[in-house]
Design a protein around this ligand. Structure first.
Ligand code: FAD
Ligand code: SIN
Length: 528
């Protein structure tokens, strides 16, 4: 690939693609993505995108719902900004060609936990696929945007690569692009850019059970952390309450919108246990539902709870949830007649690379949007369907800020080539796989829905050992995607554990038995 672009976009999910479309009129754009271009969390989003579009809905209500879910850590001014910009990004998606579900000529709006109104814009139960395809199709018409599939971003280029010592307290670091590994030609190139956007998504893969596809290895967060950018609120990992509890189904998501349509959570005897935990029952925010299920399973000794939709009209089910219905059927569950076995799984990272209201990170020329970012919108717990909204709003704002930024920037020279000496050793490849499995198990067992000091300390020790082994491989071995992803997962795990250890209270998604209450003095972001 050519080595210079005005804008370099790392990732081809909703945040990266929409940013690329918006900056294309200001200069040349490269979008690099590690697998096929559609493979992203965005592509699997089911429920939809939350926005105030109904005449009976109010911005104040969406703002309030977001802040209540965020458990005291949302940044009020960011919430107000994002919620108020929601309708314009929905309009933009429609203009790009998105076909959202409608009823009587208007957008059909779904309901999810924590929302006081129906406000989820959706395309049946495959909203993400519709958004991803719409954006990719719009991009294919642009001559100024070049998409490079099977290109893996390895490291951000900063002054560090010019030989200057860069520290975490340094406020004058610049990003000049990234080292990119072309996995088909097996070559690493330095790709220079005047503005670089991290849009690499979340880190669900750090847990044994996750709704995320395998691309979600937190690469952008790890790269930014190594480049000494600020990273925040990584202890707040959201677990989705309802994923299909059949091992071959790979934690397939059963959308919260199913509960929004009246799905009831039952134990195996039919008891609807959620009303014993929260007045909002199935429609409580998802941290409460996930924790309640976890608690119920532990107390009852059962290994599954069930989502019952058999009382809902069949036509409504097949019209609203064709994908869920079909997938459950393929695993032998007819949801019109049988309860769906469900358990929680890791789903969404509320923390990430710290940004300002325009997607700027603490490194000049480096922007971040989407799940990789920590913008202040979600606080300690994300409200359902606020992430696609956040990705769209922040990619737009980052695009405007980046366009202004590149006017002031000239090209850097003297960036060294990547040193790719080293060996590829088959025995080490299998060790990489084992270390990944071990990390996922440690994170699942000790840094899950319910935490404690003892568990976190144990996780820290185990992760440190995996870190040492993996760094040793890395120093001796030629780059491979598996090794780099493992390294990135370990970096994310390390930050998650450290952040969780430093929060001596329970708030939002971070619940620890040692400090079960919320503490006023701890009402601040965890910034690393
Ligand atoms: P992604 O869409 O994950 O895109 C990341 C991109 O970066 C991918 O293209 C990936 O290949 C690429 N990439 C990663 N690392 C590298 C690297 N090193 N080099 C090159 N490329 C790289 N949110 C909602 O608001 N509503 C929903 O209904 C909803 N449902 C969901 C259902 C599921 C099953 C899942 C998993 C998530 C859901 N979410 C939902 C969350 C939401 O989908 C994501 O937060 C959002 O799509 C993230 O978009 P993104 O562009 O930031 O990242
Ligand atoms: C879902 O459809 O339940 C996922 C919604 C989200 O993660 O926001």
């Amino acid at each position: 690939m050519p080595e210079k672009y005005d804008f370099l976009v790392l990732g081809s999910g909703g945040a990266g693609l929409s940013y690329a479309l918006r900056v294309a009129r200001f200069g040349s754009v490269a979008v690099i993505t590690k697998k096929d271009s559609a493979e992203s969390n965005t592509n699997y989003a089911q429920g939809g995108l939350a926005s105030v579009v109904a005449s009976e809905d109010r911005f104040e209500d969406h703002i309030n719902d977001t802040i209540v879910a965020g458990a005291g850590l949302c940044h009020q001014e960011i919430v107000e900004m994002v919620v108020r910009e929601g309708p314009s990004v929905v309009r933009e998606l429609l203009d790009w060609g998105a076909r959202f579900s409608t009823k009587e000529g208007k957008l059909d709006l779904g309901r999810e936990g924590g929302h006081s109104q129906n406000r989820i814009v959706h395309a049946a139960d495959r909203t993400g696929k519709e958004i991803e395809e719409t954006l990719l199709s719009a991009i294919s018409k642009h001559t100024n945007i070049h998409v490079f599939e099977h290109h893996f971003a390895l490291e951000l280029i900063t002054e560090h690569h010019l030989g200057r010592k860069v520290t975490r307290n340094d406020d004058d670091i610049h990003c000049y692009g990234a080292y990119v590994f072309d996995t088909r030609s097996d070559k690493v190139e330095a790709v220079l850019a005047k503005a670089t956007l991290i849009a690499t998504g979340g880190v669900g893969e750090v847990y044994l059970h996750s709704t995320n596809p395998s691309i979600a290895t937190g690469d952008g967060i790890a790269m930014a952390y190594r480049a000494k950018a600020r990273v925040a609120n990584m202890e707040f990992m959201q677990f989705h309450p309802t994923t299909l509890n059949i091992s071959e189904a790979n934690s397939f998501l059963i959308s919260e919108a199913v509960r929004g349509k009246g799905g009831i959570l039952r134990d195996r005897n039919g008891y609807a246990f959620m009303s014993g935990y929260d007045d909002r029952a199935e429609l409580a925010p998802r941290d409460i539902v996930a924790r309640s299920i976890d608690d119920y399973l532990k107390k009852s000794g059962n290994d599954s709870v069930y989502l019952d939709v058999t009382h809902i009209n069949k036509d409504l089910l097949s019209e609203s949830f064709p994908h869920i219905m079909e997938t459950c059927r393929s695993f032998g569950v007819d949801i019109t007649k049988q309860w769906i076995p469900v358990v929680p799984a890791a789903h969404y990272l509320c923390g990430g690379v710290l940004t300002d209201r325009d997607g700027r990170t603490s490194i000049h020329g480096l922007f971040c949007a989407g799940e990789a970012a920590c913008t202040g919108l979600h606080g300690a717990n994300r409200l359902a369907s606020n992430s696609l909204l956040e990705a769209m709003v922040f990619s737009k704002r980052a695009a405007e800020a980046s366009a202004a930024h590149i006017r002031e920037r000239s090209w850097i020279t003297g960036i060294p080539e990547w040193d790719d000496s080293g060996t590829v050793n088959a025995e080490e490849a299998i060790l990489i796989h084992h270390n990944k499995q071990e990390l996922q198990q440690v994170m699942w067992n000790y840094v899950g829905i319910v935490r404690s000091d003892l568990r976190l300390e144990r996780a820290f020790r185990r992760t440190h050992l995996l870190y040492e082994e993996t760094e040793d491989f890395y120093q001796r071995t030629r780059v491979s995607v598996a090794l780099c992803e493992l390294r990135n997962l370990i970096a994310n795990a390390y930050i998650i554990i450290r952040s969780a250890m430093s929060r001596k209270e329970s708030r939002g998604l971070h619940y620890t038995t040692d400090y079960p209450r919320q503490v006023d003095e701890a009402r601040h972001d965890t910034i690393i």
